[in-house]
Design a protein. Structure first.
Length: 715
């Protein structure tokens, strides 16, 4: 088991090192330098660690955040509430390289900050003690800041008055650690391109010393990550952070007469060979207390691992899978992932020496997990042996499940970059060529403020027009339109597209899309996939004009749909356009407008006063009940008549065919010639077949009855 041991105290002048608010260690050309900020003198003082001498001292109020290389980020804690960047020169002096500014959307207070880097991109994380939140900002090329994500108490993370931040990168994963004084807690936040996800949350107990946590430091050596924390209970707690984002306690040390650990306010860690050096500054005592520790951590993977420690005090973390662990000599700690439901084995457990980290609240007998412990000497282990093996500094792990809420980000009239987080975000770029980056979740580009015609293509934004011209999209799934005429096109994924007011044209492309036309007469084209087409107010049209396979379309019973229409749902759709093959299309009992387009289509209007257009091909049009208008389209079309007062607009005698339902229209047997002589008459509109008060068929523009009988067939 790793232990902290006291070594010495650096400096003792209260004016220089009393009430040390922050300390950090940087490696300069001249060697390691310790920087300490002092509340008493209001200065940042640089010390040569090799001999303890003072290098430089400047009056600058603020808190320090290690920016890497030779930079130190500072925040003015006065009335300005701004952030500036300082550079540490090779001789240890400080130089201002960017004037203090207030980032857009910053919290009402900034209690701590830390900067991190992922793949060359810089991020700044701020903490707000008043709002109980952490906010992540992207550092742009010109040094300005753009908010990306936030997480806090409102999301379910149990923090109250966050007071200190730190970061580590372990096994390629960057973590931010947030200490909160009000909740005496330490949270681990995994970073993913600016998005923040909690992986662990621990609370101070009688076995640890970070009540009212106010100081923290981190260090990484190879595959090992260390975290030291302190608060108002006069001592330090040293932990190890596993690659999974879980904390394991290593040691806790209390204050003594020779150490200055009363109300520790500042901490730093340094790796010196195989020694971890811990530097602590007190809020009330002079000097910087120096301690040291040594340990080794082995961590398993998601598979079945065999972990073997060395002669030292090791930490072996099994991870997921069936793991076998051999600690070897020394005081070893074994850590398990009990949630994986697998059988783990300890091959050389030494009673009274080795320890089990069960701080996750899991007992040795539980659910589907079996933990087999084999003693090092082959003798049986008693219950007392197991109880004695529980780590005395076990952490209290609290749930880290958070409620991920979306954000609404609104740009300016310039070229903005808006980046969402883990939730479902609403990004409104306004004028200018904006970059809308959704991040995780289901994210929406909003154009509700646009007034003119608008063209937005999520897949090919080079086609954009209006206020969307120049906009680009990354991770945007949804669109919300304006009061103008919108032309919106989605991606190959699932999209929700809302047109808003006015006459809109919405295209979903592939995916299971939801298209909502809103008010006025809209055109909705779902494309391949199970789409929901919502017309809203007005006469709205479902479009299948790009479909090349034969379709079955039924506005009254969408479950009959085949081809591109399979799985589609219609709400408030009055009009429908078929595809390019031989399609079958049914309307509903309302007044519909139906188009067959290419192919030899069969179209039924059902009830209602319908308008039916066959299009290209030899089509068969049936108006059904109601007063229908039928247009074949100029080919060898057929028209079926059985009820209502219908009109055929382009009937060509001698070319096209009329099918009459004899049983529905008259009594008795009658041939085609008899039908013409009995029911047909010439009018100003053309030939009318009048079957009584409830049924008539007008052949618009037909000027003669001659040869008409040759065009009539019976059902």
């Amino acid at each position: 088991m790793a232990k902290m041991r006291y070594e010495t105290t650096l400096g003792s002048d209260p004016a220089a090192t009393g009430a040390v608010t922050d300390i950090d260690i940087l490696w300069t050309d001249a060697g390691p330098v310790l920087y300490a900020t002092c509340r008493v003198s209001g200065t940042i003082t640089a010390y040569d660690l090799s001999d303890g001498s003072t290098i430089d001292s400047q009056a600058v109020s603020g808190q320090a955040s290690d920016m890497g290389a030779l930079e130190l980020e500072l925040i003015d804690t006065g009335t300005a509430g701004q952030i500036g960047t300082y550079k540490v020169l090779s001789d240890g002096d400080l130089a201002l390289v960017r004037k203090p500014v207030a980032p857009t959307g910053q919290p009402s207070d900034i209690s701590a900050l830390v900067s991190v880097s992922e793949g060359g991109q810089g991020w700044l994380v701020l903490a707000s003690a008043l709002e109980d939140t952490l906010q992540c900002y992207k550092v742009t090329g010109d040094g300005s800041l753009k908010q990306v994500d936030s997480i806090g108490a409102v999301d379910g993370l149990g923090i109250n008055s966050p007071s200190t931040l730190a970061s580590v990168t372990l096994d390629g994963q960057t973590f931010v650690l947030a200490g909160a004084a009000g909740s005496s807690s330490l949270s681990v936040i995994a970073m993913d391109d600016g998005a923040m996800t909690a992986t662990d949350h621990v609370v101070d107990s009688l076995d640890t010393r970070f009540q009212g946590i106010g100081a923290m430091a981190t260090a990484v050596a190879g595959a090992r990550a260390y975290v030291v924390v302190a608060g108002g209970d006069d001592g330090l707690t040293l932990m190890s952070l596993l690659p999974t984002g879980r904390l394991v306690v290593l040691d806790t040390i209390a204050d003594s007469l020779e150490m200055g650990l009363d109300n520790v306010e500042s901490l730093a860690l340094a790796i010196d060979g195989d020694v971890l050096r811990i530097l602590a500054g007190s809020a009330t005592e002079g000097g910087v207390t120096c301690l040291a520790s040594q340990d080794l951590t082995l961590t398993g993977t998601r598979g079945d691992d065999v972990l073997t420690g060395g002669a030292g005090d090791d930490i072996l973390a099994g991870g997921q899978g069936s793991d076998q662990m051999r600690g070897g000599a020394g005081e070893d700690v074994f850590v398990f992932d009990f949630a994986d439901g697998k059988t783990d084995k300890i091959l050389d457990f030494e009673a009274g020496t080795d320890m089990l980290d069960l701080s996750g609240g899991i007992q040795l007998t539980f659910a589907d997990e079996t933990l087999k412990i084999l003693s090092a000497d082959g003798k049986a282990l008693s219950e007392d042996d197991i109880r004695a093996a529980m780590t005395p500094g076990s952490l209290i792990h609290a749930p880290v499940t958070t409620v991920v809420e979306g954000k609404t980000l609104i740009g300016t009239d310039g070229a903005d970059t808006l980046q969402g987080g883990n939730g479902d975000d609403m990004l409104q770029g306004m004028d200018g060529g904006d970059a809308l980056i959704g991040g995780k979740g289901i994210d929406t580009a909003v154009y509700s403020e646009s007034t003119g015609q608008l063209v937005v293509d999520l897949k090919d934004p080079s086609q954009n027009k209006g206020v969307a011209a120049g906009d680009t999209y990354d991770g945007i799934e949804n669109l919300i339109g304006s009061d103008g005429r919108d032309i919106f096109k989605g991606t190959s994924e699932d999209n929700f597209i809302s047109g808003g007011n006015n006459k809109d044209s919405l295209v979903g492309r592939k995916g299971d899309d939801r298209l909502d036309g809103g008010n006025d007469n809209d055109l909705l084209e779902g494309g391949p996939g199970a789409d929901t087409l919502i017309g809203g107010e007005g006469s709205d049209r479902a479009m299948y004009k790009r479909a090349t396979d034969a379709l079955t379309l039924d506005m009254a019973d969408a479950s009959r749909g085949t081809g591109e229409a399979k799985g589609d749902v219609y709400v408030g759709i009055e009009e429908m356009v078929a595809g390019r093959a031989d399609d079958m299309l049914w309307g509903d009992d309302a007044a519909n407008r139906l188009w067959g387009r290419e192919g030899d289509d069969r179209i039924w209007g059902r009830a209602g006063n319908d308008e039916i257009y066959g299009g290209h091909g030899e089509d068969t049009l049936t108006g059904g009940a109601g007063n229908d208008i039928l247009t074949g389209g100029g080919h060898h079309d057929s028209f079926v008549f059985n009820a209502g007062h219908d009109v055929i607009t382009d009937f060509r005698p001698g070319v096209e065919t009329i099918w009459l339902d004899a049983e529905a229209l008259w009594d008795g047997q009658m041939g085609a010639g008899k039908v013409v002589s009995t029911f047909a008459e010439m009018t100003e509109a053309g030939v009318v077949l009048d079957f009584g008060p409830n049924a008539s068929l007008t052949l618009d523009g037909v000027t003669s009855l001659d040869g008409l009988a040759g065009n009539i067939l019976f059902l």
